[in-house]
Structures are given as structure tokens and as C-alpha cells.
Design a protein around this ligand. Structure first.
Ligand SMILES: Cc1cc2nc3c(=O)[nH]c(=O)nc-3n(C[C@H](O)[C@H](O)[C@H](O)COP(=O)(O)OP(=O)(O)OC[C@H]3O[C@@H](n4cnc5c(N)ncnc54)[C@H](O)[C@@H]3O)c2cc1C
Length: 390
């Protein structure tokens, strides 16, 4: 078993580190923190670096990276900025992935090259006002009328919807039954000029400045069979298939930020003197940090393992992704909170790095299935395992 990254992976990672630590990128991160706007310049540059189509096949202009390659890049980007990594993640694992995996040749040729170049931005819309964790239960519907499918509903908490040109949207096309949630995935053009699409809100939020969290209405949005992504009434396959892939990218985001918070905490406690000695010389605090170091490394290794398993088409890779999402989500939450605590009163300042990292960390164990949903997935699996052990 070889735990080292390949030379190619090291090169991708170094490229991401150079790009993110570059003065210009740091300015964009600072500007987004201040003006809360979407970093178009950053995304343009990210496209030039091949970061908007990391796993997209070379046939469509993508970088054709393995999942593990892309996951290590997302981890590095998140080390520097979680919201910027989220913008890149959405384009890759939530939008381009389902299009390439479930789309028709026509859909792939139409959208993927332009998404890779950054000409088109994508988003993924399942969540609604009444439905988040119970993702099968959506009420947005597609109604047949005069040979068309009218999409009617309201989507909430959709990252990038205010800047996206194309959306993977889920709607109900038949009643939910025990065997089938009855939803369908649609690939639709959105934006100001799309009739039937209405952006209703961009959330004012704490943390993750530079990523856009949005609400929109579909008001008789006219779609047809060509807009269906995958098969009619088989939307759950697209939704769950995308989550299984993308969850590990969120795990990588958690691993990146957890490592950053640990590094920043180490820098601070090595310098800050209380009772005549640096904070790090207190064993209680040192043990906490040692435990976090173990937890973060374990979570990160789970993330790489899940990516590796997906690359080698292990049918149970998604279980490892759930473990990685849970482990990194919990680790980042704890580590960011410890960093905040160690910085003492300094943390309370709204422009402190410790408060910023904490606010960036807190949504990670929530989106793409909260920690409890990962436990639910693993619990159901263990129930099956238990039956085989009788
Ligand atoms: C920053 C951000 C970006 C997002 N981006 C997108 C996006 O691009 N596209 C999209 O479709 N959605 C997106 N979401 C939505 C996200 O996926 C949901 O917020 C998430 O699935 C949780 O749903 P909810 O907020 O409705 O919480 P709820 O489902 O109401 O759950 C609330 C809490 O209850 C707990 N809980 C829920 N179910 C159980 C259970 N069965 N057992 C025990 N505890 C439970 C969990 O702690 C959970 O956090 C985003 C959310 C955020 C915060």
C-alpha cells in the first residue's frame, strides 16, 4: 500500500497552492470578504488553470483528472479559501459531473466545453423550503401541458444560482413510493433572460464570503424531453449519484480548512505568552492539539481512500465518502472552534481570522447531507452487515 501522492498529483497540488497563495488571489479573497460579491476574476483565472473541468473528459476540453487528483486540489484550495473552493466544487462535482455522467451526447457537447472554459457557470438545485436532509421529498413539480413539461416550484439554499447560466434541477414527476422517490432531473438554462426563472434572494450570511447562497422560483418554466437529465422518474439516481461523488469533495474542503485552522492555531499558541510562557507549553492545550492532529489526519486519509475507491470503481466507495464527510465535517468544526478559543478575546473581532475560519467551517457538516445523514447511511449499511453475521 502506497500512501504517497504521485508526481502528477504533487504538481497539481503545487499549482493550486501557487494559485491560491498568489498576491492577486489573496486580494480577491480579501475583496470578497469585504464586498460579499462573486469572484468572477478568480473564476476566470481558475478556468485558465483547468480548475473548472477537473474531472471532465479531455474530449470536452476538461483536464481529465482522476477523482483523487481533483480531491487533493480542492483540499488545497479550501486551505486558502473555503468559499472560493465551493465555487469551484459546484462547477465540477455538482454541475459538470451529473451532466457528463447522466447527460445525452447533445447535452454534454452543448454545456461541458463552455463550463470548462468558464463561459457558463452551473448550479445544482434540490433543496427547498420544506426539504433539505430528506432530499427525496421535494415538492417542485413538472406538469405536462401541450406536449411540454412546466416546472413549478421554489428552490432554496442553492449555491451559485445568482451567477449560474445552467442548473441541474430536480422536480417531482410522479408520486413518491417505497421503491421510487418519483423525481426527475432537468438540465435547464437559467438567469435573467430565462422565462419562468426568477431569482428571489441572495442570502446575507455569516461566513463563506464570495459564494452565493440563493433562492429561486420556477414559474411555469417551459421544459421538454430534451431537458431531462438521465431518465424520467429516475431523478434520484442522478441526485444520489451526484451526492455520492460530490460528498467527498466536501470532505476535502473540510480537510483543507481543518489543516489551515490547525496551522494557524499552532502559530498563535507558539507565540502568545500567558503566565510567563507560550500557550503551547501547557500540556492540556498541547494534548488537545495532538488529538486534533490525529483526527484531521485520519479524516483526510478517509477522504483520499474514498477518492481512490471511486477511481477504481469500488461499488461501496460512497460508504467511505460518507465516513470521510462525517469525519472531516466534525474535525473541522472542532478545530476551528479550538482556534477561536485559543485566540481568546481577539476572536471576537469581526475581522479576526479565527472568527472567519469558524464561520467558514460551520456549514461544512451541514451541506450535502448533514453529519447525521452520513451516520444514517452508515447505520443502514451496518444493519445489512449485521444480517450477514448471524
Ligand atoms: C452554505 C450552503 C450551501 C448549500 N448549497 C446547496 C446547493 O448548491 N444545492 C442544494 O440543493 N442544496 C444546498 N444546500 C442545502 C443543504 O444541502 C441543506 O441545508 C442540508 O441538506 C440540510 O437541510 P436543511 O437545511 O433543510 O436541514 P434539515 O433537513 O431541516 O435538518 C436540520 C438539522 O437536523 C438534523 N437532522 C436532519 N435529519 C436528521 C435525522 N434523520 N436524524 C437526526 N438528525 C437529523 C441535522 O443536524 C440537520 O442539520 C446548501 C446549504 C448551505 C448551508
Amino acid at each position: 500500500m502506497d500512501f504517497s501522492l504521485s508526481d502528477v498529483q504533487k504538481a497539481f497540488r503545487a499549482m493550486a497552492r501557487d494559485f491560491m497563495s498568489d498576491k492577486k488571489t489573496q486580494q480577491w479573497i480579501a475583496a470578497a470578504e469585504h464586498n460579499k460579491g462573486f469572484p468572477y476574476d478568480f473564476m476566470e483565472k481558475a478556468a485558465e488553470h483547468g480548475l473548472l473541468g477537473m474531472n471532465v473528459s479531455e474530449k470536452y476540453g476538461g483536464a481529465g483528472m482522476s477523482v483523487l487528483d481533483a480531491v487533493t486540489v480542492i483540499e488545497e484550495i479550501a486551505y486558502w479559501s473555503v468559499p472560493f473552493s465551493l465555487n469551484i466544487l459546484v462547477q465540477n462535482s455538482l454541475a459538470a459531473f451529473p451532466i457528463e455522467t447522466f447527460g445525452t451526447e447533445e447535452q454534454k457537447a452543448k454545456y461541458l466545453p463552455k463550463m470548462v472554459s468558464g463561459e457558463l457557470l452551473g448550479c445544482f438545485a434540490n433543496t427547498e423550503a420544506g426539504v433539505g436532509s430528506d432530499a427525496k421529498n421535494i415538492v417542485t413539480k413538472a406538469v405536462r401541458k401541450d406536449g411540454k413539461l412546466l416546472l413549478i416550484g421554489f428552490k432554496r439554499f442553492i449555491t451559485s444560482a445568482s451567477v449560474a447560466n445552467v442548473a441541474v434541477v430536480f422536480a417531482r414527476t410522479s408520486p413518491r413510493t417505497a421503491g421510487n422517490p418519483g423525481t426527475t432531473a432537468f438540465l435547464i438554462d437559467i438567469g435573467e433572460n430565462a422565462p419562468g426563472f426568477l431569482l428571489t434572494k441572495v442570502e446575507k450570511k455569516y461566513g463563506q464570503s464570495g459564494s452565493m447562497l440563493c433562492e429561486f422560483i420556477l414559474d411555469d418554466y417551459v421544459a421538454d424531453e430534451k431537458n431531462i437529465l438521465g431518465k424520467l422518474n429516475q431523478g434520484w439516481e442522478v441526485c444520489d449519484g451526484t451526492f455520492r461523488h460530490s460528498r467527498n469533495f466536501i470532505a476535502a474542503q473540510g480537510a483543507g480548512l481543518a489543516r489551515r485552522a490547525l496551522d494557524e492555531a499552532l502559530k498563535y499558541v507558539a507565540e502568545r505568552i500567558t503566565f510567563g510562557k507560550p500557550l503551547i507549553e501547557n500540556q492540556a492545550l498541547g494534548f488537545e492539539l495532538a488529538k486534533m492532529d490525529i483526527e484531521i489526519e485520519a479524516a483526510r486519509l478517509l477522504t483520499y481512500k474514498a477518492a481512490f475507491e471511486e477511481d477504481v470503481k469500488d461499488k461501496n466507495f460512497h460508504l467511505t465518502s460518507s465516513k470521510a464527510k462525517y469525519a472531516t465535517g466534525e474535525a473541522v468544526k472542532k478545530m476551528a472552534l479550538l482556534y477561536y478559543q485559543y485566540c481568546g478575546g481577539m476572536s471576537v473581532s469581526s475581522d479576526s481570522l479565527s472568527s472567519k475560519l469558524l464561520l467558514d467551517a460551520l456549514p461544512i457538516p451541514i451541506y450535502e447531507g448533514p453529519s447525521e445523514i452520513q451516520l444514517q447511511i452508515l447505520w443502514k449499511h451496518l444493519q445489512q452487515v449485521a444480517k450477514t453475521l448471524k
